[in-house]
Ligand binder design. Structure first.
Ligand code: CO
Length: 134
């Protein structure tokens, strides 16, 4: 079922400041900010040799990361994203195993233009898990 680690996502208050930190302090390759109103976030991707870091800033009034940032005002790790082959087959297998899929259970198009789903952290060792079709 599970493939590569696609990215680790970190929620931040200011994605431009976070991008500058990764670029200047860590010498990383960092994208421009991309607003994703449908997901309620603005994203920056940091490209590492073996995976990516997704920096997330809340966008709009109902951002899904607003409550997380209220609990972690300094920022913090928000989710992990694993690649899967067939996202609908992966979803059905995960649901059959008792993992809850967030939202209406239908994949949405994520930051990379690929379908994604999120799994409830209470079913996944306290970690919000995103799965993305590779
Ligand atoms: Co993500």
């Amino acid at each position: 079922l599970i493939g590569r680690l696609n990215h680790v996502a970190i929620a931040v208050q200011d994605v431009r400041a976070a991008a500058a930190l990764y670029r200047e302090r860590l010498g990383a390759i960092v994208s421009e900010p991309v607003p994703l109103p449908e997901h309620g976030v603005t994203t920056v991707f940091v490209t590492l040799p073996n995976t990516k870091i997704e920096l997330l800033e809340p966008l709009g009034d109902n951002s899904p990361i607003a409550a997380f940032l209220a609990r972690h005002p300094e920022g913090g790790m928000h989710h992990l994203c694993y690649e899967v082959g067939d996202i609908l087959a992966a979803r059905d297998r995960l649901k059959a195993s008792g993992a809850r899929v967030l939202g209406d259970g239908e994949p949405r198009i994520g930051a990379h233009g690929k379908p994604v789903l999120f799994l409830h952290p209470k079913d996944m060792l306290g970690t919000l898990i995103e799965i993305e079709e590779a």
